[in-house]
Design a binder for this molecule. Structure first.
Ligand SMILES: Nc1ncnc2c1ncn2[C@@H]1O[C@H](COP(=O)(O)OP(=O)(O)OP(=O)(O)O)[C@@H](O)[C@H]1O
Ligand SMILES: [Mg+2]
Length: 300
């Protein structure tokens, strides 16, 4: 079963397509990383899924039902742009207002549940305006979690967070998917962070989903490289380029791409008088994969 199934979704603003025949499949239980450059259509797609915008055409199914179905709508929580909280009210009061709006009956219990998930049980009395950015983002997630949604849609929730804030957010998202049966669609530009938790990826460009894959598939498609250090970096780099083709310098390390035979590399360097001080096999991460993919598409 898929949490989200989108077919040929389109949305234009003043004749310009922000979302252009987009297809997307998000399996239940996934943390789906939604990636694309500024203006590529991520927020618009998320707003369409949430029903904040009306599509020009196409189909959105959530848990197998049309997204307009009231039952299915009640299972979607979202944090798109800011949390929409009252600055002078406490965290708890803000959650209470939202719980009332949603018609939740066991409000106290539900608020305590979501505060616990976002680890803010001890900060419930703080006024919203006094909360740090990291706390505000977590309050936004708590708001979206009211009513126990099966699908959470998050638009760049880790933007501007410090290392610790990002780590907490990561742990919360993994907790939500693993322990609360919630699927997460998350857009982010911070690919190194996304990579630590995403189980699936969708890459959008000019309103079209140009690639969709599981984290395993991405790993299998990622280029391998050998990273190494020698004393005469420039000499060794020139030598390796001649023998193995694609090699470059990256922060004091020479990278030889698309070769995983470390022995052949070490032998070639030694035969030519270069000692290797460090060597390791690696795979390109999401960020490099993404940059590679984008540059290929630009070539076309
Ligand atoms: N309400 C609107 N009116 C007019 N144009 C809009 C509107 N919303 C979005 N757009 C346009 O649609 C395109 C896609 O915007 P969108 O906000 O979905 O991109 P994004 O991928 O979320 O970008 P970012 O990474 O900067 O958040 C952009 O060209 C944007 O200017
Ligand atoms: Mg956006």
């Amino acid at each position: 079963m898929n949490a989200i199934e989108i077919r040929n979704l389109s949305k234009s603003f003043r004749g310009m397509y922000a979302v252009d025949n987009l297809n997307m499949t998000v399996p239940v239980g996934a943390i789906y990383g939604f990636i694309g450059e500024n203006g590529s259509g991520k927020s618009t797609t998320e707003k369409l899924i949430c029903g904040h915008l009306v599509p020009d055409g196409g189909e959105i199914k959530l848990f197998g039902k049309d997204y307009s179905d009231a039952g299915v709508r009640a299972r979607v929580g979202a944090l798109i742009e800011s949390a929409g909280c009252f600055p002078n009210s406490s965290v708890r009061a803000n959650l209470m207002m939202q719980a009332l709006n949603l018609g939740i009956t066991n409000r106290e219990e539900e608020i305590n549940r979501v505060l616990k998930i976002v680890r803010m049980e001890d900060s419930a009395k703080i006024k919203f305006k006094s909360c740090s950015l990291g706390m505000k983002q977590r309050i936004g997630i708590a708001m979206a979690l009211l009513g126990n949604p099966a699908l959470l849609i998050l638009d760049e929730p880790i933007n501007g967070l410090d290392t610790d804030g990002m780590r907490i957010m990561r742990e919360i998202l993994v907790d939500i998917t693993q322990n609360y049966n919630c699927t997460v669609l998350i857009s982010s530009h911070i690919l190194g962070e996304l990579e630590k938790i995403a189980t699936h990826y969708g890459i959008i460009r000019q309103g079209k989903l140009i690639q969709e894959m599981s984290a395993q598939e991405m790993d299998a498609r990622s280029r391998v490289f050998v990273s190494l250090k020698t004393k005469d970096t420039n000499g060794a780099l020139a030598l390796l380029k001649r023998k193995f083709g694609n090699a470059k310098l990256e922060e004091d390390y020479i990278r030889v791409y698309d070769v995983d035979d470390t022995e052949a590399i070490v032998k070639h360097l030694l035969d030519n008088g270069h000692k290797v001080s460090e060597i390791a096999k690696n795979k390109v991460g999401l960020e490099e994969y993404y940059i590679d993919l984008m540059s290929k598409k630009e070539d076309k």
